[in-house]
Ligand binder design. Structure first.
Ligand code: SAH
Ligand code: SF4
Length: 380
């Protein structure tokens, strides 16, 4: 008899992936009334918008109409929303704004990767990277300014968390980027920019919901990958949101992982990999394990063997990322030969392994090279 998979708690407590206690973004009718107006439209899921409009005495279905105009048609001027009455249109102006993060720099790499530096309302900056490939146009977005996870090899981790982004600031990275690259469209989103997405679940999963809305941008949730350093208690949200899971493994056993990723001391490999198995059982998708190759630290053939044994019973892809150097880093990138030796060992053992092509190194857009320009005091 088939074994019944263990049910993640989401199916028992009915929480939605973006329901977070001590929410930083209360938008219900009552609380909304206390917020400074106008509020960013990009902060509302359709349900929240409907509820908010009801509070203003409007019909629920108006939320769907607004979603169509804004996310499907790209129209943010209420005057052009011809199926809304004149009075209603006039009233909306006081309620909502459509401000987007400001583009400070937009750099293009020789390999066609593009990096956009965004300035937020309070002067903080975050980065997004556009990565073109044969059939895809992937947008790598940020979820936080800085990061508290303190992984020793990561540039973003060098800055402590300054603050979590609001939903409109994450949705805004996407909307603004599509405006810049029009008529091209983003086909995939990866939460692999600055910050730990599961440390900011409300804004991250509301963003997924907003962009997925079929009346709006209708972006497939299966084209969204959430990369986490392993915040195990929050991983159920990835299952509940029907997105894809990537885990930054980076170590071949507990000791090696704990040395470079402090979070491993709190949620060691057994716990993390168990949660990955739950994800696989429920989603029927593979997990992507990211593995950064640090010269002399994680790049030995023996490490490849241990990595294989660690992951061999898990339905996964292993994504090898050669270390990208950054100012002040204590690590080095392995030689090409060593990278190949590592990769070949995994292939020989039968792992599904991909070597991530390093993109955008010349403009500091590669994995782990992102940081707030303000912190660096230069506009890279
Ligand atoms: N916080 C999330 C997502 C952002 S980091 C996470 O850790 O998964 C995205 C990826 O970049 C992670 O897999 C991380 O291991 C990798 N990375 C960080 N610094 C790097 C560097 N200097 N060189 C190569 N990859 C790096
Ligand atoms: Fe944070 Fe990810 Fe960098 Fe670790 S690798 S410090 S979790 S952004």
């Amino acid at each position: 008899m088939a074994r019944t998979p263990e049910k993640p708690s989401i199916w028992t407590d009915g929480k939605r992936p973006w329901d977070v206690e001590n929410s930083q973004e209360s938008l219900s009718q009552n609380q909304g009334a206390m917020l400074e107006k106008p509020i960013s439209f990009y902060r509302f899921t359709q349900d929240q918008l409907a509820q908010y409009l009801q509070g203003l005495g409007k019909e629920k279905f108006r939320a769907q109409q607004l979603y169509r105009w804004v996310y499907d048609q790209g129209i943010t001027d209420f005057e052009q929303m011809s199926n809304l009455s004149k009075d209603f249109r006039a009233g909306l102006k006081d309620q909502f704004n459509f401000e987007l993060p400001e583009v400070v720099t937009h750099l293009k790499s020789e390999d066609k990767t593009e990096k956009i530096l965004f300035k937020l309302y309070d002067g903080n900056t975050v980065e997004a990277v556009i990565i073109p490939s044969k059939e895809r146009l992937t947008l790598c977005i940020s979820s936080e300014v800085g990061c508290n996870m303190a992984c020793t090899f990561c540039y973003t981790g060098k800055q402590k968390l300054k603050r979590r982004l609001f939903t409109d600031e994450i949705v805004g990275q996407f909307v603004k980027t599509e405006q810049l690259i029009a008529p091209q469209k983003i086909t995939n989103i990866v939460f692999m920019g600055m910050g730990e997405p599961l440390d900011n679940p409300e804004a991250v999963f509301k963003t997924v919901e907003i962009l997925h809305n079929p009346f709006g941008r209708n972006f497939s949730r299966k084209k969204v990958t959430i990369s986490t350093s392993g915040l195990v208690p929050e991983m159920w949200r990835i299952m509940a949101s029907h997105t894809l899971l990537a885990v930054s493994l980076n170590g071949y056993n507990d000791q090696s992982r704990s040395e470079i990723m402090p979070i491993n001391k709190k949620y060691p490999l057994a716990t993390l990999l168990h949660e990955c198995q739950k994800y696989i059982q429920w989603s029927k998708e593979k997990v992507t394990f990211e593995y950064v190759l640090l010269k002399g630290v994680t790049d030995q053939v023996e490490h490849a063997r241990q990595l294989y044994h660690l992951t061999k019973t898990i339905s996964c892809k292993i994504n090898i990322i050669p270390f990208n150097e950054h100012p002040g880093s204590d690590y080095q990138r392995p030689s090409l030969e060593q990278i190949e030796r590592f990769q070949n060992e995994l292939i020989k053992l039968g792992a599904h392994v991909l070597l991530r092509k390093t993109m955008g190194r010349d403009i500091y857009a590669a994995c782990g090279q992102l940081t707030s320009a303000a912190a660096l005091n230069k506009n890279l």
